[in-house]
Design a protein. Structure first.
Length: 118
């Protein structure tokens, strides 16, 4: 099983970044997918979740209206489009795959650093 996030990077405040996470080794279409993040000195935080058919999503309050989670089951990939980024979005971002809604992921990616700074 592998979840491989795309490279993050440095983004200016107000800028955008699209993260992707490519899954392999399990039946992607049967899994709920989420994005988490961990900022320095802070706990791991759930950012966004998307259901298996992709018809239901959930967002952490601070990213609502700015971030969009989506999935392409044909490509075994989940995305996180981040717009209007703020310095407080700086964190290591992880994708996770879980069999059911609102449970801890069964599988995790290795994480990718996103830094928002001028």
């Amino acid at each position: 099983v592998q979840l491989v996030e795309s490279e993050g990077g440095l983004v200016q405040p107000g800028g955008s970044l699209n993260l992707s996470c490519l899954a392999s080794g399990f039946t992607f279409r049967n899994y709920v997918m989420s994005w988490y993040r961990q900022a320095p000195g802070k706990e791991l935080e759930l950012v966004a979740t998307i259901s298996e058919p992709g018809d239901k999503t959930k967002y952490e309050d601070s990213v609502k209206g700015r971030f969009t989670i989506s999935r392409d089951d044909a490509k075994n990939t989940v995305y996180l489009q981040m717009n209007s980024m703020k310095p407080e979005d700086t964190a290591v971002y992880y994708c996770g795959a879980h069999r059911f809604w609102d449970v801890i992921p069964n599988y995790w990616g290795q994480g990718t650093q996103v830094t928002v700074s001028s």
